[in-house]
Design a protein around this ligand. Sequence first.
Ligand code: ZN
Length: 78
Amino acid sequence: MKLEVHPEYNEITVACSCGATWKTGSTLGRDLHVEVCSSCHPFYTGKQKIVDTAGRVEKFNQKYGRRTPATNKAAAAA
Ligand SMILES: [Zn+2]
């Protein structure tokens, strides 16, 4: 290995906004904070999670009839 061309590779702690933390190897040199990880991403959890900015989802559901908006709200809050 060539000397003095490689960045320092250390263990860092990654923290997710869902509360999960884990350690990983990185050359970043500081701890990392992420918004979504494999334990809270909808792809892995199977739950639907919509970022609804202007109540558009709500409006759509009212207009075109999802019959359980209460469960949708619960899923969004979780
Ligand atoms: Zn997460």
